[in-house]
Design a protein around this ligand. Sequence first.
Ligand code: GAL
Length: 666
Amino acid sequence: MSFTDRLGGLGFGGDYNPEQWPDEVRAEDVRLMTEAGVNLVTVGVFGWARVEPAPDKYDFSYFDAVMDELAAAGVTVDLATMTASPPPWLATEHPEILPVTQSGTVLAPGGRQHYCPSSPVYRDRAAKLVEALATHYQGHPALGFWHVGNEYGCHVAECFCEESARDFRRWLRRRYGDVEALNAAWCTDFWSQRYTSFDQILPPRLAPTYANPAQQLDFKSFSNEALRACFEIEAAILRRVTPDVPVLTNFLAHHKPVDLHSWADRMDIVGLDSYPDPFCPRSHVAAGLAYDLARGAHGGDPWYLVEQAPSAVNWRRRNGVKEPGLMRLWSWQAIAHGADAVLFFQWRQSRGGAEKFHSAMVPHAGPDTRVHREVAALGAELAAVPELAGTRVANDVAVLFDWNSWWALELDSRPSDGLKAVDRALDHYGPLFDLGVGVDVLPPGADLTPYRLVVVPNLYLLTDEHAHGLAGYVSAGGHLLVSFFTSVVDGNDRVHPGGCPGPLREALGLRVEEFRPAAEGEVFLLGDGTADLWREDVRVEGADVLLAFPDGTPAVTRNRFGTGTARYVTTRPDEKIMRAVLAEALAEAGAEPVLRGLPDGVQAAARTGGGAEFLLLLNHTDEARTVDLPHPLHHLLAPGRPEVEQVTLHPRDVAVLARHSRSEVS
Ligand code: GAL
């Protein structure tokens, strides 16, 4: 049975933590869920202390009741493996599981996620719990998905304890084989760091000054893999005991420690948690980047929005509410970017504990509230378009993003601490979003042949293999746009021979002589606008200069290479210039926006599948907007699904359109 068949359409629901409430409340919960169209809930994320109150003494009776009631109501469960927050007895009996910070502080229990990812004791206890849980719930009618852990690395992404040090050394031995290879990779001849044995190597604990950058970079990779190993231990048990139940975990959006690309193919579905800040007017653009990345990481498959807030969160300095319509708009936005499920944290607002001021689908004030009414209305709306589930998003522009490069770029001792990988990606993704162009966000090793234009906002770290892949893409007729400080170092943070852009030199038709990071707040005149952050002294070697600074230094170049073109941007132009630069590259590549002539602030996205084409229109502004359609389409959210040639979107409004109404498709 496919995921879509199991849910019968799009997934809708949230984290359900009824343990916080007297048993009687569950009857009301289930009734309200049914009324609100909830068909999927995540259960048991913080259940460990309850199901294993003492070592190896399992008591599933509480969750049995919850699972049975949900099954009876037809609600599918994404059952958590409950390993995200170890119970107090485990930390008391085995304090060695506690994580240690870079400066040697042991993190205490009393919050959550207080475990060292390399701890054999933690891993063993988690595995035993998962075995018991999977064996107990296999075949349960409510069990639809396994939710492994919870937001890996959210609080503890790296541990610097002795156990982690041993695990790091084992990882390094596997990676380098012998210590001389490590010395060469880490350039340890500098600063007298030459090792004569792996046993001398430590995690990059707090040191008098910069720790070796290659050591820091390897530690980030190692830490990502240590977390991933925790996931894999659990997933292997689940796949053995319940081979038909899909396995997922929930990634955080824009989460630096966890390389989603290196985990995604181990998931049946990519799950993503997304908490855009309602106070930030462009946060939906950053969210879009995260969604396109989640989809791109799993071959374009539909992904699940596993958590979002119904209204405010409680963990920002100031926690803005989602004004009327915003929760609906941002939920549909996830679907526009390929999500097949829209879930929230959490169902009923906590009475006590750390998250009682985090909004919920059922607020403290009860169901007769704006937030709950909007939740229930969204549930009804999603249930009305089940045919969207399983359809796909296809784009002909790709933006490249890479965790290794992110880690390396943001280490200490760089030319400027102003370069942040996600911001750099947004400097390119934002104008593409505004131009109405759909984008797939992909890792540098992805197959780029389907794309007309590939944008590389910043890949400071680019391996020879990936650079040659990009050059090959261009020479075979592809169009590439690369921004500054790309292809500077190899996988060990060693500068490419000859400097930047290393193996991309021929394709770009230039070389960089000197980086000129801007002073804080410094602005340069450029064309009829400005630029900031960075400049480079570039020597063209065949590339044409499309735009130059007043002193003649190139700002944007274009090189013909093979049958394609490669542009290079040596600075951060202002938004208007960047949009024009990208528009020109798009035009040359023949890449089109989803819909021509869209009014400002309206996003259009297409999903196709099952013989149908859907067009989603999202008004991200606080004013009404009218969109003329190129041909008549059925308005699927309007009563009777009428055919329309024009859509007026109220502030924060959404329209879902299709060429055929459902009856004509089926
Ligand atoms: C996530 C977490 C949830 C909840 C939520 C609040 O990080 O997975 O358990 O804490 O944040 O926004």
